[in-house]
Write a protein that binds this ligand. Sequence first.
Ligand code: TLP
Length: 352
Amino acid sequence: MMYLNKKHNLKKIDLRSDTVTLPTDEMRKAMSIAKVGDDVYREDPTVNQLEELGAKKMGKEAALFVPSGTMGNLLAVLTHCQRGDEVILEMDSHIYYYEVGGMSAVAGVMPRLMVGDKGIPEPHNIKLVLRDENLHYPKTTLICLENTHNRAGGTIIPPKLTQEICQLAHQRNIHIHLDGARIFNAAIALNIEPLLLTKDVDSVMFCLSKGLSAPVGSILAGSKEFIQRARKNRKMLGGGMRQAGVLAAAGIIALENMVERLEEDHKNARFLGEGLADIKGIEVDLETIQTNMVYFDLKKSAMDTFQFLPKLAAYNILGSPRPPTQVRLVTHYGIDKEDIDNTIKAIKEIVS
Ligand code: TLP
């Protein structure tokens, strides 16, 4: 007999991702009264306000509202690079792993992978893949970083390391793009202003639609000149969104009122990780739980990822597969301590 089943646990506990967050009532209200115009003519006052705010938070001259993190990253690669250029990235980075190969298919660049320690690249690993000019080599134009690092469990690149990597790249005329989809999680976990993590990079993308709970959208920020070129590339990709102020209004609330509360998600992730670490058959690397993600490994249980997840779903609890034996759970707005307790209890029952 299950301790908790659908009947007992009516509330769905969706821990697949922080992308499942729903807009708050405050966002819906702001969306309904937003002043809008045609943003392709740059006449949407709400989009303009969001872009100014986003640039300011990142310590950059300008910013661009884009439909998704994937488009923001692709625009950064397209705008920094020429076709045939080489882009250095960590082997588990989102841009390489989860963006449908857009960097090659659309931007025409060649990825060169480096290893990171729990997703975090050390300057000596970057030096290993940097090559001097030679007739035979492609031109290396860009290094992409990811903070927090998704596949490594939400790990953080500290500001000093970001600065060191930027110095190393800039000495060689290589630009740095930061996939900062969850940069506010990193800033809150370190208790610092986000711009301390972004001021040295040449461009940064962050998402409004993850832990910050806006329904749609990301921001790409950089120099005025970079954003001007990125704006043209956004149009080329079909990302000119017309009366997008309806969406930007939610983004403004996300930036103004939803950042501080990320701390609660981090506390819940820690509770969850520690609770799971106590269960026989489950392995958790507690060191990687630095923000709102928990990865655990089932290899010491009798199950693999795809045997486990349907059993969890029978408790009305959802997680993301990281096959063959890992699962990812992400805490976010709408998930409270009771949900975490229920999740730990359910997993304990399933595994034992
Ligand atoms: N990540 C999603 C999935 O694509 C895996 C998730 O559930 O975590 N950079 C990073 C670091 C991301 O984690 C994501 C989304 C993106 C970029 C892309 O953002 P969107 O989904 O807005 O295109």
